[in-house]
Design a protein around this ligand. Structure first.
Ligand code: ATP
Ligand code: MG
Length: 389
């Protein structure tokens, strides 16, 4: 096997642990990605050193006690944060999510046995080579996601693994091995025990993966055990990999109110929630080519939301060519569509004696209407003159 090209900060940390008498390997996603020929996005290290021993070995580095009880220490190596976790065995699971206890072990293969899928249960060290006790390399070549050990047991320990399986299937374009797939279906209801944030995180990664459509089609039953049904239409795969756009597409038939409920249940951040909901709402509207109405729409929904809705409608074959043309015309010409685009401000209206409050608000609205209807030019003098009358 060819050696993996490793950044110096990683090599140094592995070396330092080995020179202090411990074993140290890279593990999990980075090994999987190296073997796939994809540059890893981070490097996780597993070691026989106990957490206190790791802290001692790196006493001259900045260290963060990330999860000392679970054996994880983060070491800053030349500015690169590296998570170093002691070989570990998980105790019993009673809540479908987290082990009640853990214990440290001197055995790498025991540590690898607690990992979710064979392709994630490989370790690599430049000194010691590849450790692959569960056939990860073979499964990687076959593009197969196989639970380490008994799939039913592994999924009932931690239901998040079911969603991780679907997410990896989507992002890597792999298939679930038969027993693993069967167990995922049988235990799909237990995913309800997983924290909403974790469900959302996996769902968002799943729906932007290159094989998202295939996974949603094949495992819709698993997903609908925890989410409102995702309706997969022909437009889905042609959409850019943006979670809000794709989720809106999948939840179009739900309507705005139900989609909102589902997004709240997933504790979705406000910005994403607004985007999804405005897409669901705007999808159903005929978007007009009339300039003043377009301006009002832009003001109400925001430019990004209107453009995204038009893109979604286009993917569904809606014929909005004239509206799109009118919109890009408006935007290219830099036409005003927000109150703040007016050539006068509320302050200036106050200065010419218009009383604050409703009168001022009404005056601004009248000027706005005149400007977007193009009965007044958006020029300071013209607007002030109109406001005075
Ligand atoms: P990526 O970072 O690309 O999402 P990854 O495989 O590195 O993929 P992480 O969530 O970073 O995934 O986890 C690192 C490793 O920890 C995994 O490769 C796997 O070995 C193990 N792991 C993570 N979550 C679980 C889990 N819920 N059950 C068992 N093992 C897990
Ligand atoms: Mg990772």
């Amino acid at each position: 096997m060819t050696a993996f090209p490793l950044p110096d900060p990683v090599l140094e940390v592995l070396d330092r642990l080995e020179c202090s008498g411990y074993e140290a390997y890279l593990v999990g996603g980075c090994v999987r990605d190296f073997l796939r020929g994809v540059p890893p996005h981070d490097f996780d290290i597993t070691t026989s050193a106990l957490p206190e021993e790791t802290l001692t070995v790196f006493s001259d580095h900045r260290t963060i006690e990330t999860g000392l009880r679970h054996g994880t220490v983060t070491v800053l190596s030349h500015g690169m944060p590296l998570e170093i976790t002691t070989y570990r065995v998980d105790g019993a699971y009673t809540d479908h999510r987290r082990p009640d206890s853990i214990r440290f072990t001197p055995s790498l293969s025991e540590d690898l046995a607690r990992r979710d899928f064979t392709v994630n249960a490989m370790a690599y060290s430049p000194r010691r080579g590849l450790a692959d006790p569960y056939g990860g390399r073979e499964d990687l070549a076959a593009r197969c996601l196989r639970a380490v050990g008994d799939a039913r047991r592994r999924f009932s320990e931690d239901a998040l693994r079911i969603l991780r399986a679907l997410r990896f299937a989507s992002t890597l374009g792999f298939s679930l091995e038969e027993e693993t797939a069967r167990a995922a279906r049988e235990l799909s209801k237990t995913v309800r025990c997983v924290a909403a944030e974790r469900i959302r995180e996996e769902l968002f990664r799943l729906i932007v993966g290159p094989a998202a459509a295939e996974v949603i089609a094949a495992y819709g039953d698993v997903l609908s055990a925890i989410l409102p049904p995702l309706s997969l239409g022909p437009a889905f795969s042609s959409l850019p990999p943006d979670p809000a756009l794709r989720l809106a597409d999948l939840w179009l038939p739900l309507g705005e109110a139900k989609a909102k409920e589902a997004l709240l249940a997933l504790r979705t951040d406000n910005a994403t929630m607004r985007s999804v909901l405005s897409l669901v709402r705007l999808f159903g509207l005929e978007i007009t080519e009339e300039r003043a109405a377009l301006c009002r729409l832009l003001r109400r929904e925001g430019k990004e939301a209107v453009e995204a809705a038009l893109a979604l409608r286009a993917a569904h074959g809606c014929k909005d060519a004239r509206a799109r043309e009118a919109l890009s015309c408006l935007l290219n010409e830099g036409r005003p569509y927000l109150l703040s685009h007016l050539a006068v401000s509320g302050k200036e209206l106050l200065a010419i004696g218009i009383p604050a409050g409703k009168t001022l608000g009404d005056a601004l609205e009248r000027l706005y209407t005149a400007v977007i209807e193009e009965t007044l030019p958006n020029e300071r003098e013209a607007l002030l003159a109109a406001a005075r009358t």
